[in-house]
Design a protein around this ligand. Structure first.
Ligand code: DC
Length: 262
């Protein structure tokens, strides 16, 4: 049985994790180290994209790009430089001047602005609250998309995660995933991840997540969409390791097929 037969587009898993893992072991297929391969992972907040994307990259020996970090860096610049919401021109000019880039010697790569690491800043709550606004600014998105394509050219063996990686930035990616989960499941994960169970209740977190989904999905430029040719995975059905195993199995199968038709 092929892995692609294991999960339908309607997200109904038809095979157990154990079967999938044994599929990987049976095929024994290794990714050739010379072959360029871009894997995109998109989906809304709280689906565990970053964790699984990074682990998948490690397992397959690929580089890992967290594109949310770039939008978060722009939001941090806006807050820290006290740029008012109305002054989009100033924000764009500051972000361009910051020359956002990653230090690929670090694992995971850390993001720098004006050559200074800012990864310690970008996960703070004030940045999280502001980032959807920033990510909806077309001039900034064009800038980020250009940068991401340059990164893709410099790191042609890449797992890249975000909202528009398969739909806009790398439409020709070898394999595209779209991770999803019910907002309540995602809200609970966020609470656990941030360790804020004492201060934020589930309904409030769920509301924040739904609001962010709405902003991310309704913007004109690079909205959060599921690419037509993506493999859709409902992560509520799996634990983290289960999702990683599933992505790995799909990837090995797809790459083996691509190489056979080369
Ligand atoms: O994945 P994340 O939570 O770090 O993303 C932060 C924000 O950036 C989120 O509101 C969506 C936005 N984003 C985007 O618009 N496009 C991307 N490629 C990545 C993230």
């Amino acid at each position: 049985m092929s892995v692609s037969q294991t999960e339908s587009k309607t997200n109904e898993p038809r095979q157990s994790q154990a079967d999938l893992v044994s599929f990987i072991e049976c095929t024994g297929f290794e990714l050739p180290t010379y072959h360029p391969v871009i894997i995109t992972i998109d989906g809304p907040a709280g689906t565990g994209k970053s964790t699984v994307a990074r682990q998948l990259a490690i397992k397959l020996g690929l580089d890992f790009l967290d594109t949310g970090a770039m939008y978060r860096a722009a939001a941090a610049i806006m807050i820290d430089r006290q740029i008012p919401k109305e002054d989009i021109g100033e924000l764009v000019s500051q972000v361009l001047g910051a020359d956002l880039h990653f230090d690929w010697q670090q694992d995971p790569p850390t993001i720098l602005a004006w050559d200074t690491p800012i990864d310690h800043r970008i996960r703070n709550e004030d940045v999280t609250k502001r980032v959807s606004f920033v990510a909806a600014i077309p001039e900034l998105r064009h800038h980020m998309v250009r940068k991401q394509r340059v990164i893709g050219a410099q790191h042609p063996r890449l797992v890249t995660e975000g909202r528009d990686q398969g739909s806009v930035v790398f439409p020709d990616a070898a394999i595209k995933f779209y991770l999803d989960a019910d907002p309540t499941v995602r809200a609970q994960r966020r609470i656990d991840q941030l360790g804020v169970a004492d201060t934020v209740d589930l309904a409030e977190m769920c509301e924040r997540i739904v609001r962010r989904d709405q902003i991310d999905s309704s913007r004109d430029d690079g909205p959060l969409v599921c690419p037509e040719d993506a493999i859709v995975i409902d992560t509520a059905n799996y634990n983290v390791q289960g999702v990683i195993d599933l992505l790995e199995a799909h990837t090995r199968e797809r790459i083996a097929a691509l190489i056979n038709t080369d």
